[in-house]
Structures are given as structure tokens and as C-alpha cells.
Design a protein around this ligand. Structure first.
Ligand SMILES: O=C(O)[C@H](O)CO
Length: 343
């Protein structure tokens, strides 16, 4: 098994018993963690599973008391309070997500607790979602549906509801890790011209060559891209970076896609940019807050395609995430390096 392909066959990870020859105790904080992951944990350990959906913090804190490991199934804050509730015997934690913006990583690190997460196995599913949003926004799928619903289908025109072409376009990425590269791979099949990317570190020359990609600064990426795809983690540095100033630098024909975290975008500024046609359209899988209330002004925009954070939501991907998270936890308990360590 590797972190790239979650193989659900029997793993080689063998968990040693603790000193007292008792089984390690693991809390799974979400009742819907796929069985494939639970099966791995129950082979050698005692597993406690929280019962509430959506998760109830009090239940998680109560049940985590005295456990050796946590499989953190939801996006609840994983902070000092949660670590204190578990107690000093806690030896390993894994989330079941790629993004870990809800984890106080510094605090986990300070306590020297190995922390894992589940990137890579969701690259394909999230990239599919990104391409879907890009096409839907560029070709006005949501607006088209609204036209039909409101009896405004204007037959007979040649220039009605024209969208943006993907072929020969320049695609800009904010963040160019595994998910972004998987999106670029898919888009190369749409005959795009080139990729511009903004990251802290340059990717390898081989990767640049493969995707005809060039590292540029943020402003250049914004001003020269026909499509701008946000694929970066949410950090202090990236929070709200897509604001009025950024939208002002983008082409009027540009399409924005966000499959990362809602907090990277200043949503009020995005609303204005779409409402005033400063940019052409946007497709968001992530927003602030989640769930977005049904009366949010964003829902009134015809040039905005919205999805309720479905990026990694396929059966296979969820199962893969559970398997990787389970292996992370088991390896942490065994004192071995995790499959995908978060730090
Ligand atoms: O970060 C992730 O893994 C995705 O957003 C799904 O939670």
C-alpha cells in the first residue's frame, strides 16, 4: 500500500501491543467513516466510534478520554481543547482530509504527536470536480438552466448565451501541488495553450515541461490567465487573497474556480466582481460558511456555479481516504512513519 493508491487488501502494518499487553484504543470521531478503514483498525485494536451526524463536539471530547489514537473523520476543530480531552497518552492522529486548516498543527507538533492526513488519493475526484466547474461556469450552464426555468429561452439568435472557449486558453493556478497538476493533466486533453502557476516553490522542470507550465508572480498569473483555479491550502498568507484588488487585475472574460477552501476568497468582493461583470463567471466547490445559507446573495448570481463541497465525494475516494487514515493511525501507534504525514 502506498499513499498514492489505497489498496484495501490486508496491510503489512502490524500494531504492537502496549506494555500491559492491552489493545490500543482508537476513537473514530465520525460514524460514517467507511468500513474499509474501520476493518483495518479493528484487526488489532479496540475501536470506539462516535454516533452523531453531524458530529457533536461534546461526544467527541467525552469519548476521546484515554484513547491512544484518533481517526478524525470530520472537520471539527482539532485543537488544544481536543488534545487535552484525550489526554497525554495520545500517540497518533490522522484526519480524513487533504486540507487540515481546522487542525492546530503547531499544537499537535508541540506535543510531538504524529499527525497524518489523506492527500493524493483524492486528487482525481477533486480534479474531476474542478474541470466540471470550469466548463459549467465558462459555458454558462447554471444561467442556461435559469433561462429554461423562467421561460426565457431565446431561440433564433446566433449570439445568445455565448461562453468562453477552453481550447487555446491560458490556465492559471494558485497553488500547483498534486490536485492542481491532476487538473492540468485533464485540461491538456482540452487543447489549452499553457499553464501559469503561482506557488512559493518552483515545481520540477519535468513537471513544468509536462504541463507547459511556468511559475509567475500572483499579479502576472491573474492578469494573463483566461481561467484561474485556486488549489492552495488556506493559511494566514492565503486567507482572503482573492479580493477586489485581485479581481480587478483579472481579465473581464476570466473564469474563477475554487476547489480549495472558501477562506482563500473574499466572498463579498467576489459577489461584487460577478455582479458587475468584472470577471465573467465563477465555479465554487467551497465557500464561507459551509453550509452556505439558502438566502446567501451568492445564490442570486446567474454567472456563479455552486457545489456543496463535493470535491472528494465519491464512494471509492471516501473509502480510499479511510484506508489511508487508518494506516496513518496504525503506523503512528506502531512507531512507524505514517503513509502521509502532515508535518
Ligand atoms: O480537504 C479535503 O480533503 C477535501 O476538501 C474534502 O474534505
Amino acid at each position: 500500500i502506498t499513499a498514492t493508491t489505497a489498496d484495501t487488501t490486508i496491510s503489512k502494518t502490524k500494531v504492537k501491543m502496549s506494555d500491559e499487553n492491552k489493545k490500543f484504543k482508537i476513537l473514530v470521531t465520525h460514524p460514517e467513516v467507511p468500513q474499509e478503514g474501520i476493518d483495518l483498525l479493528t484487526r488489532d485494536c479496540e475501536v470506539i466510534i462516535c454516533q452523531n451526524v453531524p458530529t457533536v463536539r461534546a461526544e467527541i471530547l467525552e469519548k476521546s478520554k484515554g484513547v491512544d489514537a484518533l481517526l478524525w473523520g470530520g472537520h471539527d476543530a482539532l485543537n488544544a481543547e481536543a488534545l487535552d480531552a484525550a489526554g497525554p497518552q495520545l500517540k497518533a492522529i490522522s484526519t480524513m482530509s487533504a486540507g487540515i486548516d481546522y487542525v492546530d498543527v503547531a499544537e499537535v507538533k508541540r506535543r510531538k504527536i504524529p499527525l497524518g492526513h489523506t492527500p493524493i488519493v483524492l486528487n482525481n475526484a477533486v480534479a474531476d470536480t474542478a474541470v466540471g466547474l470550469l466548463l459549467a461556469a465558462a459555458r454558462r450552464f447554471h444561467e442556461g438552466r435559469l433561462k429554461i426555468e423562467t421561460d426565457k429561452w431565446e431561440g433564433g439568435h446566433l449570439n445568445w448565451m455565448l461562453g468562453q472557449d477552453v481550447r487555446d486558453s491560458v490556465v492559471g493556478f494558485f497553488g500547483f501541488g498534486g490536485i492542481a497538476q491532476t487538473i492540468a493533466k485533464r485540461l491538456s486533453g482540452f487543447d489549452i495553450d499553457s499553464v501559469l502557476y503561482t506557488t512559493r516553490r518552483r515545481v520540477s522542470e519535468d513537471i513544468e515541461k509536462e504541463y507547459n507550465a511556468k511559475k509567475v508572480d500572483f499579479d502576472t498569473m491573474l492578469s494573463q490567465s483566461d481561467f484561474v483555479i485556486i488549489a492552495s491550502p488556506l493559511t494566514k498568507e492565503t486567507a482572503g487573497i482573492f479580493n477586489a484588488t485581485a479581481f480587478g487585475k483579472m481579465k473581464k472574460t476570466a473564469v474563477l474556480v475554487n476547489i480549495a477552501r472558501g477562506g482563500v476568497v473574499n466572498q463579498q468582493d467576489l459577489y461584487e466582481a460577478l455582479k458587475t461583470n468584472q470577471i465573467f463567471a465563477a465555479g465554487l466547490d467551497v465557500m464561507t460558511p459551509e453550509p452556505l445559507p439558502a438566502n446567501d446573495p451568492l445564490l442570486s448570481l446567474p454567472n456563479l456555479v455552486l457545489l456543496p463541497h463535493l470535491g472528494s465525494a465519491t464512494q471509492r475516494t471516501r473509502a480510499d481516504m479511510a484506508v489511508i487514515a487508518a494506516h496513518n493511525v496504525l503506523r503512528g501507534l506502531a512507531g512507524e512513519p505514517m503513509l502521509s504525514p502532515a508535518y
